[in-house]
Design a protein. Structure first.
Length: 262
């Protein structure tokens, strides 16, 4: 296979990621924001919200597979830059804009405060992607919540329709996790399969909710709640592991010093 064709496969998947992110912004605007501003209550918002989130999920699938393809077939010199720029659109701009529009259309939301939350999400992704480009971490882990996981957590918080204050605090907490030093495992092997299965399940829940299927609202809330639980549990496990490692190292050091004493 020619080298140029190998490179174009991974790059095309990355560009698919960017396209999904842009279309998520498009559906959020035309299906949620514009009908709200024009006073159109045709029920279009639910379908458009589901479509926007499904597109972000598709962007996560593209992001997952472009890395796998790049590792198998080698990446182009501009592959890393394309990946960062696409991630900024799909997992920075799209969820931040989703939060911004939520602040404009939700009844109990405060538009300007929601705008601040959206800016925080966007800047967290920008800082995370910049750090990812210049900081080396140990193999098999990410430092901070990965931006696709963070974006899906942010939109899950919005879709749960919690009180505005709780929604904003949860969004800010997610943004902090993205720029934190908490270690997250990279999706490889079985973890990649589990992540892909979870994305497909989330798409099904969103579709059921969008078309007002029986129990669709409950299924959506359950899926969003599970996303939040995963976002909270992984840092707790990572912190507990670091604490246990620190304790084990201190105990070994003490035992080594005690063994040296005559």
């Amino acid at each position: 296979m020619p080298l140029s064709l190998r490179l174009s496969i991974a790059d095309t998947l990355t560009l698919g990621n960017a396209t999904c992110g842009f279309m998520a912004v498009y559906f959020t605007t035309t299906g949620i924001l514009i009908p709200h501003l024009s006073g159109d209550d045709s029920g279009m918002a639910r379908n458009s919200a589901a479509t926007a989130v499904i597109l972000m999920l598709c962007a996560a699938v593209f992001d997952l597979f472009d890395g796998l393809v790049a590792r198998k077939l080698r990446s182009s010199p501009m592959g890393a830059e394309l990946d960062n720029l696409s991630d900024l659109i799909s997992f920075g701009l799209a969820p931040a804009y989703f939060v911004l529009v939520y602040g404009m259309v939700a009844r109990d939301a405060h538009e300007r405060v929601a705008a601040v939350g959206a800016i925080v999400v966007l800047l967290a992704v920008v800082l995370r992607l910049a750090r990812f480009s210049c900081v080396t971490v140990k193999d098999g882990t990410f430092q901070g919540m990965p931006s696709p996981f963070g974006a899906l957590t942010v939109v899950s918080i919005v879709l749960l329709e919690l009180p505005f204050e709780a929604t904003l605090l949860a969004i800010l907490g997610t943004a902090w996790l993205m720029v934190s030093r908490v270690e997250y495992p990279k999706p490889r092997g079985r973890l990649a399969v589990a992540m892909l299965s979870w994305i497909v399940l989330s798409m099904g829940l969103l579709a059921a909710w969008a078309f007002d299927a029986p129990g669709g609202q409950l299924l959506l809330q359950t899926g969003c709640a599970l996303q939040l639980v995963m976002g909270a549990v992984i840092p707790l496990f990572a912190t507990a592991r670091r604490v246990n490692t620190f304790r084990d190292n201190r105990r070994e050091s003490r035992e080594a010093r005690a063994a040296q004493i005559p």
